[in-house]
Ligand binder design. Structure first.
Ligand SMILES: [Zn+2]
Length: 190
C-alpha cells in the first residue's frame, strides 16, 4: 500500500483485523440446532408470522467487503413456530460467513423450512454492496434485492403478494421487488 506499518496507529492493526474477522465469520461455528431447539414450540396457529426490518451485516466472498441492509422473514406455521427472537439470530449466523446475497437468502429460508416444516417460508433481503459502491463499479446496481419463496409463498400468489405488501409498507422502496435487479448481488470481476 505504500504505508509505514510500524507507525503508531498501525502497530496493533493486524491484531485488531484478525479479531474483527474472527467475529465477522463466527457464523461457521454456531450450532443452529443448539440455538433453535429450545425455541421451537408446538402451537395451534396458522396465520402468517412476519419479522421484518432485521438489520444484517455480511461479507461478500469475492472481495471480503461488507454488504448490509434489511432482511424480512415470514412463514406460515404448520404445527410448530420458532421463538421470534431466534429469527434475527438465524439471520446473524448465516450473515457472519463469507457470502453471496442469493445464497444467504436461501440458507435462511431453507433452515426455517427444515426445522419447523411450515406451510411456507419467504425471505427477502435488500442490501448495499460496498464491493460495488465503494470501488466505483456498477454503482447503479450497488443495491440488490433477493428473495426465496418456499411452499405456499411459491405456489399461492395471494400469499406472496400479502407478504410483499406487508414488508413494503415501511421499507421506503416502493415496487422494489418488481424493479429489483436479479443476480447482481456481487460482481466478481476482479
Ligand atoms: Zn464483491
Amino acid at each position: 500500500m505504500g504505508e509505514n506499518p510500524s507507525r503508531e496507529g498501525l502497530l496493533d492493526t493486524p491484531k485488531r483485523v484478525e479479531k474483527a474477522y474472527r467475529f465477522l465469520t463466527s457464523g461457521y461455528e454456531a450450532d443452529i440446532d443448539r440455538v433453535l431447539n429450545n425455541a421451537l414450540f408446538t402451537v395451534d396457529y396458522s396465520e402468517m408470522v412476519i419479522v421484518k426490518d432485521i438489520a444484517f451485516y455480511s461479507l461478500c466472498e469475492h472481495h471480503l467487503l461488507p454488504f448490509f441492509g434489511k432482511c424480512h422473514v415470514a412463514y406460515i406455521p404448520s404445527t410448530k413456530v420458532i421463538g421470534l427472537s431466534k429469527i434475527p439470530r438465524l439471520v446473524d449466523i448465516f450473515s457472519r460467513r463469507l457470502q453471496v446475497q442469493e445464497r444467504l437468502t436461501n440458507q435462511i429460508a431453507n433452515t426455517i423450512g427444515d426445522k419447523i416444516a411450515p406451510v411456507g417460508v419467504a425471505v427477502v433481503m435488500e442490501a448495499t454492496h460496498l464491493c460495488m459502491s465503494m470501488r466505483g463499479v456498477e454503482k447503479q446496481n450497488s443495491f440488490a434485492v433477493t428473495s426465496a419463496m418456499l411452499g405456499a409463498f411459491q405456489t399461492n400468489s395471494r400469499t406472496r403478494i400479502e407478504f410483499l405488501e406487508l414488508i413494503t409498507l415501511r421499507s421506503g422502496v416502493p415496487g422494489m421487488v418488481e424493479s429489483a435487479p436479479r443476480s447482481l448481488a456481487c460482481i466478481a470481476d476482479d
